[in-house]
Each structure stands twice: as C-alpha cells, then as structure tokens.
Design a protein around this ligand. Structure first.
Ligand SMILES: [Zn+2]
Length: 286
C-alpha cells in the first residue's frame, strides 16, 4: 500500500479529531461481503476513546466516513489480498501499519478482542483481591476491568504463587500480553449484572461470585453451568453443585457459610461442624 492511501485516510479522519490528540489506532477488517472499520483516539488522559464515543460526530457521519474509507482501501485490498489493516498514527506524523492476510470471517469478534488487547491495551485491570484457592492449593488474583463501553468484566490472573497446572485445567484462557487471563462468566446467567457482584470467593471448592441485589445476597458459580472444562473438574473433586445445592448454615457463634449438600440424599440428616467454634450443626436435606 502506498503512503498516499494512509494520508487520504488520515485526512478523512482528522476532520473529526478532538483538538488534543496523541495517537490514533485505525482498524479495517474485511470478511466475505462485509467490513468493520473503526478507530480509537488517545487523548491527553492516555485513554483511548472509541470513535463512536467521540463528541461532535454522529453515527451516520461515521458510517458515511467508513464508506468513503472503504472505497479508498478497496483497490489495494483486492490487489494485495489482506484481510485486516491496522494503522497507528501519532501526532508527530509517524505512521505504523500492519496487515493480516489470513481469513477471519469465522472469528472476527475474537480477532477484534485480541486486537484491542494488543493495540489499545484496553484491559485496565484493577486488582480486587488475591484468593488462596484451597481446592487447587494455589493462588489467583481477581481483577476488575471497566472498558470504554463501561462493560464490567472480572478476570483471574496468575500470581507468582499460582501453580502452572491450574492454567492447564481451565478451558477458557485468554492470552493478553503473554499472560494468561481467565475470564469469569457473566452473572447474566442468574439475572444479575456485574454491578451486583460484591465479592469473588472460593466456597466449598467452587469459585463463586457473591451478589447483592435489592438487599438479597446470592452465591453463584463464577464459571458457566454448561460445557466448561471446570465443570468436569468440579465433578471430579465432588464439589460441584448448583446454586440450589447450597444451604446457608448459621452457627450460634455468629459464623455463617454455605454448605454444598449435593451428595447428601434427600431426607437424610447430617451434621456440619463449625470451622470457628467446632459446634456440630444438625441439618436435614429437604
Ligand atoms: Zn460456631
């Protein structure tokens, strides 16, 4: 591709740039019959702003802009056979470009996620806590991320004391800046949002999200209920349970915890010792 094309794209975009900008990251991804074009602007706060969130441009104007850019790119794309074009421009005029030639029709969304992580480093993790997992005898760090669309996600990341085997156990790792990241499942499954999540804890061998909504506390598995590798892992450990398998036990000493009664037959009586004071608490599975 020729410099002239880069220049043309920049000229088109520059009309809409805020006065103070440091860097633009431009993305054009082509799949069979469609394209995805976008750009991100780094402002003085060192944050990237999505073009759709820039003040002073409407969505219609952006779509029109991207149609123009598509026309600028099309000849070169057909000639060179690339599928994804990335361009980074800084305010000194320095331009870096990168091309991807593999077809990404099937996995464009994943590709874009990884692209964001690579070029925008949008995962701005805020360390929530470090958990020592009794089940795995290892440690993980829980991070919270709020991205530009204000979507909250929680991640697990290895600490120095994480056993490497743990990572192999998990079926859904994300590789960001060469670090393993494990993404917790969305609380949507329980009609909750991440805003309702107040804590992440290991409870009876299951990593759980603890939620509070309208004054009600609930404990839900932090990893999905269907098909995740972790499910079978929990099963093997005998610790897996649905939310309904957990009963809250409150000891007279004030200690309270959730107990997994999955393995206990219906109607059976059982005793649970309090970890704090040793009292045996009698329960019956109903
Ligand atoms: Zn007690």
């Amino acid at each position: 591709m020729k410099n002239k094309i880069y220049q043309k794209i920049f000229e088109k975009i520059s009309i809409y740039l805020p006065k103070e900008w440091l860097k633009i990251v431009f993305f054009a991804g082509y799949t069979e019959g469609s394209y995805s074009i976008k750009f991100f602007v780094k402002n003085n706060k060192h944050d990237y702003v999505d073009c759709f969130a820039l003040p002073g441009i409407s969505k219609t104007e952006l779509i029109k802009l991207f149609m123009d850019i598509d026309k600028i790119l099309s000849a070169d794309r057909k000639d060179q056979g690339w599928s994804i074009f990335t361009m980074i421009i800084d305010n000194t005029g320095k331009i870096e470009v990168e091309f991807e030639y593999d077809e990404h029709s099937e996995d464009l969304i994943t590709y874009e996620e990884n692209w964001r992580e690579k070029y925008l480093k949008q995962i701005r993790n805020k360390l929530v806590k470090i958990i020592y997992l009794n089940t795995w005898k290892t440690e993980i760090a829980v991070y919270k991320d709020v991205n530009e669309e204000h979507v909250v996600t929680y991640y697990l990341m290895p600490t120095d004391n994480t056993k490497p085997e743990l990572l192999q156990t998990l079926g859904f790792q994300k590789n960001e800046s060469k670090k393993w990241i494990l993404q917790l499942d969305s609380p949507d499954n329980y009609n909750l949002t991440w805003d309702d999540v107040i804590d992440v804890e290991e409870i009876n061998g299951i990593l759980a999200i603890i939620c509070e909504k309208d004054g009600l506390l609930s404990v839900n598995p932090a990893f999905g209920g269907s098909g995740m590798t972790l499910d079978s892992y929990y099963m093997a450990l005998g610790t897996y349970g649905d939310f309904g398998d957990y009963v809250q036990i409150i000891c007279p000493c004030g200690e309270s915890w959730y107990f997994n009664q999955r393995k206990i037959p219906y109607g059976a009586k059982y005793e649970v010792p309090c970890d704090k004071c040793g009292t045996l608490i009698m329960r019956k599975k109903v």
